[in-house]
Unconditional design. Structure first.
Length: 106
């Protein structure tokens, strides 16, 4: 009779969500309910200015800021808002992502 090696079950894939907290003026990337990255913003009419994007230090280097911006930009598009990316990271991300160029203010 041979013993089968017991392998632990795989960990479930994390659940990500981009949520807008209009009261605090920021979009948040949540991983399993925990905020791991955020983009602060100010809004005037239908124009959203993003001066800062940050990732919680222990979560840096995992692409969370880019995932956050993609989700935030999708929400801005669906609500017919445009964006002014003042944050250097946000500005570079939108420059590198032609699919988001339609959001730039004219």
């Amino acid at each position: 009779m041979s013993e089968l090696a017991s392998t632990p079950p795989p960990e479930p894939a994390p659940v990500f969500a981009v949520v807008e907290d209009a009261e605090q003026g920021r979009f948040e990337l949540q991983r399993d309910g925990e905020t791991v990255s955020y983009a602060s913003y100010q809004q005037s009419d239908d124009v959203v200015t993003i001066p800062r994007v940050a990732t919680i230090p222990e979560h840096r280097g995992q692409g969370y800021a880019a995932r956050l911006l993609d989700g935030a930009f999708d929400q801005l598009r669906s609500s017919q808002r445009s964006v002014v990316p003042l944050c250097p990271f946000a500005a570079q991300h939108i420059r590198d992502s032609p699919e988001h160029h339609d959001l730039l203010t004219k």
